[in-house]
Design a protein around this ligand. Structure first.
Ligand SMILES: [Zn+2]
Length: 147
C-alpha cells in the first residue's frame, strides 16, 4: 500500500500537467500488493481477474462479502457465475474505480437484473450515466405498465 500511495499523487500530477510525463522519470507502477490475493471470476466462460482487496471495497455486495463463496468452484479454484459477461465488465469496474457506469447500448432491465443479482444498489450509478439510466428506466417502465 505504501508503493501505491507514493505513485498515485505523481500519476495525478502528471495527468493535470504539473509533472510532464515525458521528461520526468516515471516511477514504475506499484507491484502487486504482497498481502493480496488474485481472484478469478468466471462469468459464463469468460474469465475476469481482480484482487481480493478490490472486491472487499464494497462489503455489502455479493462479491464483496462471503456470499460469493457459495459460487466458488474448489476444483477450478475460481468463482463461477452463470450471468451476462458483457454486463459483468461494468459491475467489476465499479469495484475498481468506485464508479458504476450504465452501458447505453444495453437493455435497462437486464442491467438492473445484474445489479440486483450482485447486490449493488442502482443508486450508485455514477453522475455521468445517471440521467441516461433514469431516462431509459422510465421509458422501460412506461412500456411495461401501459395497458
Ligand atoms: Zn458513466
Amino acid at each position: 500500500a505504501t508503493d501505491l500511495g507514493a505513485w498515485l499523487p505523481f500519476a495525478r500530477a502528471a495527468a493535470v500537467g504539473l509533472a510532464p510525463l515525458a521528461t520526468s522519470t516515471m516511477p514504475p507502477p506499484p507491484e502487486s500488493p504482497k498481502n493480496d490475493e488474485r481472484v478469478t471470476i468466471n462469468v459464463s466462460g469468460r474469465r475476469f481477474e481482480t484482487w481480493q482487496n478490490t472486491l472487499a471495497r464494497f462489503p455489502e455486495t455479493l462479491l464483496g462479502s462471503d456470499e460469493k463463496d457459495y459460487f466458488f468452484d474448489s476444483e477450478t479454484k475460481e468463482y463461477f457465475f452463470d450471468r451476462d459477461p458483457d454486463l459483468f465488465r461494468h459491475v467489476l469496474n465499479y469495484y475498481r474505480n468506485g464508479k458504476l457506469h450504465y452501458p447505453r447500448g444495453e437493455c435497462v432491465s437486464s442491467f438492473e437484473d445484474e445489479l440486483c443479482f450482485f447486490g449493488i444498489s442502482e443508486d450508485v450509478v455514477h453522475d455521468c450515466c445517471w440521467e441516461d439510466f433514469r431516462e431509459r428506466k422510465k421509458e422501460c417502465e412506461e412500456r411495461i405498465f401501459e395497458p
